[in-house]
Design a protein around this ligand. Sequence first.
Ligand code: KG4
Ligand code: ZN
Length: 385
Amino acid sequence: MRLTLCKAISVVKRACARHSPDIHSDFMLILGIESSCDETAAAVVRDGCEILSSVISSQIEIHRKWGGVVPEIASREHLVKIEPVVKEALSNAGVNVGEIDAIAVTNGPGLIGSLLVGVNFAKAMAFGLDVPIIGVNHIEGHFFSVVFENPPVEYPAMALIVSGGHTNLFLSKEPGSYELLSRTRDDAAGEAFDKVSKLLGLGYPGGPIIERHAREGDPKAVPLPIAKISDGKPDFSFSGLKTAVVRYVREKGIRPVGHGEEPGRHIKDLCASFQSTVVRTLLKTTERLAKEHRPKTLIVAGGVACNQELRAESERVGAKLGIPVYFPSKHLSTDNAAMIAAAGYFHLQKGEESGLDLGADVKIRLQNTGTDAAAGNGKKLPYKI
Ligand code: KG4
Ligand code: ZN
């Protein structure tokens, strides 16, 4: 079993202050559980801001040979790993299971089979321990991933959440309120990295591999388009970019890289140009909407936030607009359970709690204010057992 232990990290305690309504709290230990995609993760978090342990069992090696996540394999792996991962999280935190005050679990969005493993394990534990359980939206978890290592988030905040499954820009006027300003119309940014990497024979997951080769390429070598949405909405789109890469590969007769082979200049240039186009696409809209909505903090989170060019360019935009940009460190950018515990803490402090009828909801939305929320787009598909 490959467990990546994320050591207890140094914590900026006051980072939580803004996220937690000012009500009584002395020392709350939350067990976070995350299994929405291909990471089985558990963490013990104290008072929503101090990570006592964070264990992540990644399935990357298992899915690599298929070039992407295979849902059935993912859920079977979660079943095997969930118990040892939770046990290891408790043991690394030096906490007895009976000391846990509440359980926070991702209940959507994600892969249904994967989500159900975490949700049902968490419900069984909550029932056995007689402690509250709170279902957490995975995307809200990414939002909360910045609370551990940054100063308090000042509101209104804008959050660019970029991962393998999601590319969203939220305006959060106050803690717990999310207005969706922009989303992807097709592929998520991370998904585009993964697809282009597969096309070039570079492997999975694509983001870190493309970033590595991009360092040796020329970002101006291949002209690639930034998509424009015809209805004028500030949404993102990455499928046209992927098609442009396919066309370029065909025109230039570029062969996918063979196993263990070092990519040539054409591919490195293409990686650099592609990465730079994704980053420019994301930040052009972010900058425009930040000028319009004038947030006090910009959050950039999710797996793609590991990308150094995205970080550097986000910092540049933040500096230009005079607002701080908060990122999670790398092990908190990709999927983890500490962020789920932090988001769960916020809701529990507000007096919210889920029941033991908590179900997995693959299409759960985070937006709870603004026109998109009111329009009721993306109907819920609840799965309960
Ligand atoms: O947040 P995450 O772990 O899972 C989801 O919620 O989807 O994000 C995984 C995604 C993958 O698509 C991966 O290729 C991308 O994050 N990613 C990166 C980098 N590291 C991971 N994308 C660009 N550059 C990176 N360094
Ligand atoms: Zn994620």
